[in-house]
Design a protein around this ligand. Structure first.
Ligand code: CA
Length: 226
């Protein structure tokens, strides 16, 4: 579970925040001065910092600056007034979120969760599907064959991604229509044949003798099991 550092000189507030964050499953460490907060960040390298702006020892701005010099640890700034938050945003010191006092501890927990999710999502490797000699990037909507880009229309891409996600499984035209366009009307299933034909023309070395997308007679299509 994520480690959260709270740097805040209001002892009662730290108590409440700690208890809410711990109930939410986080591990919490605390500091009551800016300089002590920076030292705690250095030694423990938390996943997230909740940082008060007005602190003894070193103010929150300076703590944030020092942290930013060395890392992208997400920071939530606590400010006493809305105007302070506005000024801070203008400074672009690198805090990821601002919460104005007084606040509900639940809001802090929700924002911490959201911020950690965002950071996690940003560092996750791209969602790639590798089948045969194809590389299908499901986030970037790109396809490479033997490292060479293949240009597909959105419908063709969705068709390929659907089929390639389950090699060997046959899909009906209606299923493919729905997967590729989000809707399916009976009677339009044959439009899939046209898309498959185009897809094969772009992907296959010999579209008449396809090695990726096979016809399943009486059913529809499937991606070849390699
Ligand atoms: Ca304070």
């Amino acid at each position: 579970m994520a480690l959260i550092l709270i740097v805040e000189d209001e002892v009662e507030l730290v108590k409440v925040l700690r208890s809410y964050l711990e109930q939410a499953g986080f591990t919490v460490i605390t500091a009551y001065r800016g300089d002590a907060g920076l030292a705690a960040w250095e030694s423990r390298r938390p996943d997230l910092v909740i940082l008060d702006l007005n602190l003894p020892g070193m103010d929150g701005l300076e703590v944030a600056r020092q942290i930013r010099r060395k890392s992208n640890t997400p920071i939530i700034m606590l400010t006493a007034r809305v105007e302070e938050a506005d000024q801070l945003i203008g400074l672009e010191l690198g805090a990821d979120d601002y919460i104005t006092k007084p606040f509900s501890p639940r809001v802090v927990v929700a924002r911490a969760r959201a911020l950690l999710r965002r950071v996690e999502a940003a560092t996750e490797p791209p969602h790639l599907l590798r089948v045969a000699d194809l590389e299908i990037d499901l986030d970037g909507h790109t396809v490479h064959r033997n490292g060479e880009p293949v240009e597909l229309t959105p419908t063709e891409f969705n068709l390929l991604a659907t089929l390639a996600a389950q090699p060997g499984s046959a899909f009906t035209r209606l299923q493919l229509l729905e997967a590729s366009q989000g809707t399916a009307y009976e009677g339009y299933e044959r439009t899939i044949d046209a898309h498959i034909k185009n897809l094969r023309a772009k992907l296959e070395s010999d579209p008449r003798n396809p090695q990726y997308i096979e016809t399943v007679f009486g059913v529809g299509y499937r991606f070849a099991r390699s």
